[in-house]
Design a protein. Structure first.
Ligand code: C2E
Ligand code: CA
Ligand code: CA
Length: 630
């Protein structure tokens, strides 16, 4: 017989006692020697409870193996009542083990668990012939039901217990799983934190040498300046850095700088060091005026000392320029001064120089150096645009703006556009500068026109750009890329841009004009053949130069020239823009003459794209305002 799960259910002592009492009563009533509850397992039939009546041969706990023709096994197997009145007269039962105990009469009923697996039997046995009348059969049936009811309760209890255990196991398993997840999560958080720290380190440091990078160093300087803390800024230039890098490679030079840095920290533990570029580092120290020369002396000693690389000795050659922080000196001014001092130091052949000049000092930089910086700025995206609003003098609404290039250099400060553009035109960087200005302006304007559909941004175009045979195609691609309608773009060209190659310039500007881009003649009046150009080229706008406006209040010649220019422009149906208007008198004069647009500090200086957007947004939300961003 297959082992069922119910076979492991234990019958409590209290119930066993009940069954025992019940069997005693049953045997007594039926006047038989044995009343039994039998329990079956896969191999045996066990006397589970046995009445304590006289002549009962069955002993509690006795087990008889199955398959030897036991009455009870038959009852369980057939799941049915069995009555044997006299086994001695019945060939089927006369050799059964029960008959050999002299129990020749039998009446038994099966007992089942609620899941229909067998428990055993309840039965009466007699040592003489017995047909077990209906009354006893009924009595036995009642006992069977009562026992099965108790089995049912035990079964449910056992199920509950099993479920409870399963639940406990599940909870333990889940707890284990949660613990594993927690550990994994903690590991992940740790490794992420480590990665973040690494990123943070990379963000602030020159990875090859461990020096702070310029951004982090400038941030530190700004903090000191903003909290009025005194410090000394030392600019250390390694004159032979290029040579070392060429002969031994960049990584070796980085290694030398790392060694240099560790020597540095031994002599000034309060310093902050940063690497400016491949040959220059900056040091911020908090040293007294008296002690500074001694410190610089030490620094130059380690700056000239020998460093070892694979048994080879390499010397660094350093120059040091120092400057004390001063009230009101900006970071840019301090950097510029330290830089100039180190250049001076090198020119004079000294090892260190402390600046005693007042800030800011005039730059003595060669064009060659500025060129180098400009190249870096273009490649590093250090340039940006500012935007000067173009205003309708009658409604004061911002109708458009002019995009103007800006470049703030840490050493050189703000560089004037005139110097910048001329330089870039000479060395060919104007293509990159021009493309940068065009792309940034087109991208920016494509956002503004979503709110202000008629807003026009003007971009300055250099003579060199106009010579580029792919210029029209390039602009077309930009407009498509940023989805900007051509009518929202204006190009400002100067007469100098037109002289170079007239035929090409006319062709290029005509194509652009036909695309719907507005063409403006900039700085009108400053060239010498201005009026002729107005007929030849497809201009839409004329910009009267600031130099005519500067003295317009007091100079009647300028007044006459401006009036004449406005008149001619009107006759040629050109829009007139006046630039450089700084006061109300100038505004009154030119608006009386009927100019269309005014651009000047009176309304706003060139401002950031965010500020321009803010002004535009306010203008469209409250009607016709009069904004000033000064
Ligand atoms: P511009 O095209 O004549 O630009 C107007 C210049 O006058 C701007 O100087 C502007 O800031 C200044 N300005 C405007 N209103 C006033 C005013 O009321 N008072 C005074 N004092 N100045 C005023 P900025 O930005 O220095 O530009 C100088 C020149 O650099 C520009 O002269 C333009 O020729 C050139 N430039 C600027 N950006 C670019 C560019 O992206 N590409 C090219 N090729 N040239 C550019
Ligand atoms: Ca311009
Ligand atoms: Ca101009």
């Amino acid at each position: 017989m297959q082992k069922s799960l119910t076979s492991s259910i234990i019958i409590p002592e209290k119930i066993q006692q009940d069954w025992q009492n019940m069997l005693n009563v049953l045997a007594d009533l039926a006047k038989v020697p044995a009343a039994l509850v039998m329990r079956i397992d896969e191999d045996n039939m066990e006397v589970f409870s046995s009445s304590s009546s006289n002549g009962n041969p069955y002993i509690e706990g006795h087990k008889e193996p199955l398959n030897q023709n036991l009455y009870c096994e038959h009852v369980v197997k057939h799941r049915h009542q069995l009555i044997v009145p006299n086994a001695l007269k019945d060939s089927k039962w006369k050799d059964s083990p029960d008959a050999s105990l002299n129990m020749i009469a039998y009446c038994g009923l099966p007992l089942f668990w609620p899941d229909n697996t067998p428990f055993g039997t309840v039965c009466l046995l007699d040592n003489k012939e017995n047909t077990f009348s209906q009354t006893y059969q009924q009595l036995l049936k009642t006992y069977q039901q009562s026992i099965e009811a108790q089995l049912s309760i035990l079964f449910q209890h056992s199920e509950l217990l099993k479920n409870h255990q399963r639940l406990q196991q599940e909870i333990a398993k889940n707890n284990k799983h949660i613990n594993e997840i927690n550990t994994k999560l903690a590991n992940e958080i740790d490794s992420r934190r480590a990665a973040e720290q690494k990123v943070e380190y990379h963000k602030n440091h020159d990875v090859g040498t461990g020096f702070l990078n310029p951004i982090a160093l400038y941030r530190h300087m700004d903090k000191l300046i903003n909290t009025n803390q005194q410090f000394v800024l030392l600019h250390i230039h390694f004159a032979n850095s290029r040579k070392i890098q060429q002969e031994h490679g960049h990584s070796v030079f980085d290694l030398l700088l790392t060694q240099y840095r560790s020597k540095l920290t031994k002599i000034t533990d309060t310093s902050v060091t940063g690497r400016l570029d491949s040959s220059d580092i900056l040091l911020i120290v908090h040293a007294d005026k008296e002690k500074l020369p001694q410190l610089c002396h030490h620094l130059s000693e380690i700056g000239q000392a020998s460093f070892s690389n694979n048994n080879e000795t390499i010397h660094l050659q350093s120059y040091i320029g120092g400057v004390h922080s001063k009230d009101d000196a900006s970071r840019t001014e301090l950097l510029q001064c330290a830089y100039n001092t180190v250049v001076e130091c090198q020119n004079l052949g000294k090892t260190f120089t402390i600046s005693d000049r007042s800030l800011p000092i005039k730059s003595t930089l060669s064009e060659h150096r500025i060129e180098g910086y400009l190249l870096e700025a273009v490649r590093n995206n250090d340039l940006f645009l500012s935007y000067q609003p173009k205003v309708c003098p009658y409604t004061k609404r911002w109708l458009g703006c002019e995009a103007l290039l800006r470049w703030d250099h840490p050493h050189l400060g703000s560089i004037s556009n005139d110097v910048l553009i001329q330089l870039a035109e000479r060395n060919g960087l104007i293509y990159e500068l021009g493309n940068f200005a065009l792309r940034s302006a087109v991208q920016q304007t494509s956002e503004w026109v979503l709110h202000s559909p008629s807003f026009v941004t003007a971009v300055n175009i250099s003579a060199v750009q106009l010579k580029d045979p792919y210029f029209v195609q390039h602009i077309q691609q930009l407009l498509e890329l940023y989805n900007l309608p051509a009518k929202n773009l204006e190009l400002e060209v100067t007469e100098s841009g037109l002289i170079a190659d007239e035929a090409l310039a006319i062709d290029t500007l005509t194509q652009l004009h036909q695309m719907g881009i507005s063409i403006a003649l900039d700085d009108f009046g400053t060239g010498y053949a201005s009026f002729q150009y107005l007929k030849k080229y497809p201009f839409d706008t004329l910009k009267i130069d600031k130099s005519f406006i500067d003295n317009i209040e007091h100079n009647s010649a300028d007044q006459n020239i401006v009036c004449a220019m406005i008149n001619i422009a009107k006759k040629l149906q050109l829009k007139v823009v006046v630039e450089g208007v700084e006061n109300m008198n100038q505004e009154r004069f030119v608006s009386r003459e009927g100019v269309d647009i005014i651009q000047g500090y009176l309304y706003s200086k060139p401002i950031t794209s965010d500020k321009l957007e803010e002004g535009l947004f306010n203008q469209s939300s409250i009607g016709s305002p009069y904004f000033q961003f000064m």
